[in-house]
Design a protein. Structure first.
Length: 227
């Protein structure tokens, strides 16, 4: 892991806590002196809201994340990013057009995450949602994907694309599955002994079914790398 600070969205935590892999965060924090950063609205969504509203299906995850915050593995950091987020939202959602109408690609939460990353000068974002990652890494692939999905010709507004790409320049997006792979490479699964490869494969499939956008062929590729 190159960055010691990683800004995280709520979806990645849902994937990790839903698979009981939240201990990966603690492991990587101790191994690399890394910090996982969340904004207050993610903390509310993941902890306060489930506990205050009695959302029992999310309460155990909320308690586990609360412990990670208490132990300093996860840090809550705030900054006023409303203006930047609004501009970013406008650029992203006027980047692609179908039948003369702009296509909504990201929501306010994703725009705020990117704006906060820029404000804090954090280059790595942990996000399992595919659209935001593709917009950062390969916006023209996003265009092709949307065109195929909608079955129509999609046009690119190059000015909006340029504004978005300029704002997110230098940022990289990783998924919870990639964190798990880093943890594997550094001994996280070693206690499974001769079953550690099988445990990794099971973990990746569990992440896949818990919301992480990892394809089956990607899992197969990861497994070829470690076998």
């Amino acid at each position: 892991m190159r960055s010691k600070e990683i800004l995280c969205d709520s979806g990645s935590f849902i994937s990790l806590t839903g698979t009981c892999l939240d201990s990966v965060l603690r492991f990587l924090s101790e191994r690399f002196s890394s910090h996982f950063i969340i904004p207050p609205w993610v903390e509310y969504e993941m902890i306060a809201k489930p506990l205050e509203k009695g959302m029992r299906q999310y309460s155990f995850s909320a308690i586990k994340i609360k412990e990670l915050i208490k132990d300093g593995v996860i840090l809550t950091v705030n900054a006023d990013v409303a203006s930047d987020a609004e501009q970013l939202l406008d650029s992203a959602n006027h980047m692609l057009y179908a039948k003369g109408k702009p296509i909504t690609l990201i929501q306010s939460g994703e725009a705020q995450m990117l704006a906060l990353a820029r404000r804090l000068d954090v280059s790595t974002i942990l996000i399992d949602e595919r659209t935001t990652r593709m917009l950062i890494e390969a916006p023209y692939r996003m265009k092709d994907h949307v065109a195929e999905e909608l079955g129509v010709n999609v046009m690119v507004d190059k000015r909006s694309l340029g504004d978005f790409s300029s704002f997110t320049k230098g940022m990289s997006a990783i998924r919870s599955c990639e964190l798990v792979m880093v943890a594997y490479e550094n001994g996280f699964f070693d206690h499974f002994k001769e079953l550690k490869v099988e445990a990794l494969e099971a973990a990746l499939y569990k992440l896949r079914f818990s919301g992480c956008s990892i394809r089956f062929d990607e899992i197969e590729e990861y497994m070829r790398m470690v076998k």
